[in-house]
Design a binder for this molecule. Structure first.
Ligand SMILES: *Cc1c(COP(=O)(O)O)cnc(C)c1O
Length: 383
């Protein structure tokens, strides 16, 4: 009752459980899965894998797609395809999901971290060049939380220093950089189709590229480097990174609705922006003039004048049945990658950053409830 009065929240709303994310499986997912089971094609053979590869690569306007078991192995496969190995260095942002750096570690190369830009939260291109050494082979450009990174200057630097550019677009399917689809700009782009990503296959990933030689090589390595002509002839050590027909069946159904999913994500971001723009002490999800974000996670920064810290806000929202997520911990602060270096911009953003509920099928009342709860916290905290 007290909460009801204080926050002006209808009592039935107090029981609402709003997850930070959930898959939206409202199309042909079950139908295609049933087809896999009925036809007995449940492993990596069957028609859906190639169909999904074609559908997704066409959507991204890239000539070749290679579907994989998940996004992490897609990153690993991209690095192996480009022959990146021991003693090499790979540049990447410190503010990203750990998979980006782990894939670099898997090939024995050294991840070299870069600080974030204050506005887009992505890798700061101006800080890249002084980290390039004679061992640097590639830059991984991550498009964080659905907002493209400023990739033109990165491509520029890479061309001047003869480096590859790998795009980690795991969080940004459909995002536009100066009108171009992310994941098809660099040498190889990778995507994830984990359950909380823009579209999902449960677990899943994809590499996109233009170079036919890399395409053939990635496909070979995905399947234990087995010769197409001679069964069980393996020219080198490859991997089993194949996607199953079951995963691809879900993926194809998701692709039929990807534009709808993207529209809803954008619509949700517009509502969040409208409801939160006047709240003191919050910085809202950015969108640069040159970008079209897909708002994978609608994110905010909680400043000191909000009245509560980010972590206090997380607990208050949780108590109302609203699940949120703090930003990734910058990788240079985690045990596997800690070496005493500091990246103040990334640390500051990570410390204040919060992902709000962002499911594509979120209802307007749910967003309204989240925003009203945040506003109520801000008033109470300031008192
Ligand atoms: C999700 C994600 C990955 C890894 O994808 P998985 O499919 O979970 O292995 C890689 N990079 C980023 C930035 C991600 O968000």
């Amino acid at each position: 009752m007290l909460l009801k009065k204080r926050f002006g929240i209808k009592s039935e709303n107090l029981d609402m459980k709003i997850p930070v994310s959930r898959p939206w499986l409202a199309g042909n997912e079950l139908k295609y899965l049933t087809d896999c089971v009925k036809t007995n094609w449940i492993s990596s053979g069957g028609k859906y894998v190639v169909r999904f590869e074609i559908s997704f690569s066409k959507f991204c306007r890239s000539p070749f797609g290679v579907a994989t078991a998940n996004g992490t192995v897609a990153l690993h496969l991209a690095l192996v395809t480009l022959n990146i190995s021991r003693k090499d260095e790979v540049i990447l942002p410190t503010l990203t999901f750990i998979a980006t750096a782990n894939a670099v570690s898997y090939v024995g190369a050294k991840p070299v971290f870069i600080d974030s830009e204050p506005y887009t939260w992505n890798i700061d291109p101006e800080k890249i060049e002084k980290k390039i050494t004679k061992n640097t082979k590639a830059i991984i450009a991550v498009h964080l939380y659905g907002h493209p990174c400023n990739i033109d200057p990165i491509i520029d630097i890479a061309r001047r220093h003869h480096l590859y550019v790998i795009e980690d677009a795991a969080e940004a399917h459909g995002a536009l950089y100066k009108g171009r689809l992310v994941g098809s700009i660099g040498d190889i782009g990778i995507f994830s189709f984990y359950g909380n990503k823009i579209i999902t296959t449960g677990e899943g990933g994809m590499l996109l590229m233009e170079n036919p030689k890399w395409y053939e090589r990635a496909r070979l390595l995905r399947d234990h480097a087995m010769s197409k002509k001679k069964p069980y002839y393996h020219s080198e050590i490859g991997y089993n990174y194949r996607m199953t027909n079951l995963q691809a069946a879900v993926g194809l159904a998701q692709m039929e609705r990807i534009n709808k999913i993207l529209d809803r994500k954008r619509q949700n971001a517009i509502i969040y922006h409208r409801l939160l723009k006047d709240v003191k002490g919050l910085e809202l999800a950015p969108e640069a003039r040159w970008a079209k974000s897909v708002y994978w996670m609608y994110s905010i920064l909680v400043n000191s004048d909000f009245g509560l810290t980010r972590d206090q806000l997380i607990s208050r929202l949780m108590a109302k049945g609203i699940q949120t997520r703090p930003f990734f911990i910058p990788l240079h602060l985690l045990p596997p990658y800690r070496d005493g270096s500091r990246f103040p911009v990334a640390e500051d953003i990570a410390h204040r950053g919060l992902n709000l509920p962002s499911a594509a099928d979120l209802r307007e009342e749910e967003i309204d409830f989240v925003c009203r709860t945040i506003k109520a916290c801000s008033k109470r905290g300031a008192r």
